[in-house]
Design a protein around this ligand. Structure first.
Ligand code: ADP
Length: 161
């Protein structure tokens, strides 16, 4: 059985993340989406909110689980008894950082491999940061995120604005 972990911040989940999750769900027996609880970043959504959003938007995919984690991705992957770290590659700008991470993780845990899914072209420009910026100015974000995320993001922005 091949189990992959897809780690990230997911603040919030975009259609780009969903594309990777759907494709991974067809490729691996099990996929655990790992939501990073990073005390050095100050995300808009709490880790519980990000986990709940992901659970809701992946509920039609039976082999997807969502869990939060703290610390190093490789330790979480070991904890999940998984063999693969899955990451998305949007553009060449992602490449250098991702390569460095993958090679560091390889030294830390040689039995765990990093695999990349290249983004579908229609989502290549999408990032959680730009979606939050657009939402902050009250613009329509329905093309960027699943409807449930749009609802939660618009609610959140009402309180932030
Ligand atoms: P991180 O802080 O770990 O980069 P993100 O939530 O921004 O967390 O991203 C998690 C993973 O999803 C990363 O591998 C990232 O490259 C990938 N990703 C982000 N946006 C997209 C997108 N639009 N299409 C495909 N993959 C994406």
């Amino acid at each position: 059985m091949v189990r992959a972990v897809y780690p990230g911040t997911f603040d919030p989940t975009t259609n780009g993340h969903m594309d990777v999750i759907r494709r991974a769900s067809a490729l691996f027996d099990e996929v655990i989406v790992g939501v990073l609880c990073n005390s050095q970043k100050s995300p808009l959504f709490s880790v519980e909110e990000r986990v709940n959003i992901l659970k809701e938007v992946t509920k039609d995919l039976p082999n997807i689980q969502v869990r939060s984690f703290e610390g190093l991705s490789v330790d979480f992957v070991k904890d999940c008894d998984a063999q693969i770290i899955l990451r998305g590659l949007r553009a060449i700008t992602d490449f250098e950082f991702e390569l460095q991470m993958a090679q560091t993780n390889r030294v830390l845990a040689p039995h765990i491999d990093t695999m990349f899914l290249t983004t579908s072209l229609e989502y290549a420009y999408l990032s959680s940061t730009t979606v939050k910026e657009v939402a902050m100015f009250g613009e329509d974000i329905s093309k960027f995120v699943p409807p449930y995320v749009a609802e939660k993001l618009n609610e959140k922005m009402k309180n932030v604005r």
